[in-house]
Design a protein around this ligand. Structure first.
Ligand code: FES
Length: 122
């Protein structure tokens, strides 16, 4: 059985965009579906894609030894099984829990593109 670590960005821009509600939706959905043993819920970030937020990163927990500096909490690592979801809402978060966490089926249509330019950067 796969295990996951789901991180909701705690950076200020994502929080302003509703990340706390996304986190609450993840917590509630994991609890309701009894998925807490399969998925650690975490607050990471800022990941540097603030204009794409609220941002969520799901990674398979493969038992990889943790780097004490936890670089994965601030950037995408390109690891197998790493998925970045952008512009998340509570509804989208529940769908990710239902499909990705519960059924090992990442939700491709919600994948973010980390190289999407920030429209405010000129
Ligand atoms: S505040 Fe979330 S990516 Fe920067």
């Amino acid at each position: 059985m796969k295990r996951y670590r789901l991180s909701v960005c705690k950076g200020s821009t994502c929080k302003a965009g509703g990340a706390d509600g996304v986190h609450a939706a993840a917590r509630d959905a994991l609890s309701e579906q009894r998925l807490v043993p399969r998925c650690e819920l975490y607050r990471g970030g800022c990941y540097g894609f603030c204009h794409m937020g609220p941002n969520v990163v799901v990674r398979e927990d493969t038992g990889r030894k943790r780097d004490p500096l936890s670089p994965e909490d601030f950037q995408l690592m390109g690891w197998d099984g790493e998925v970045y979801y952008s512009e998340m809402t509570p509804e989208k978060m529940r769908r990710v829990v239902n499909e990705h966490i519960a059924n090992d089926a990442p939700v491709r249509e919600l994948f973010g593109q980390p190289d999407t330019p920030d429209p405010d950067d000129g």
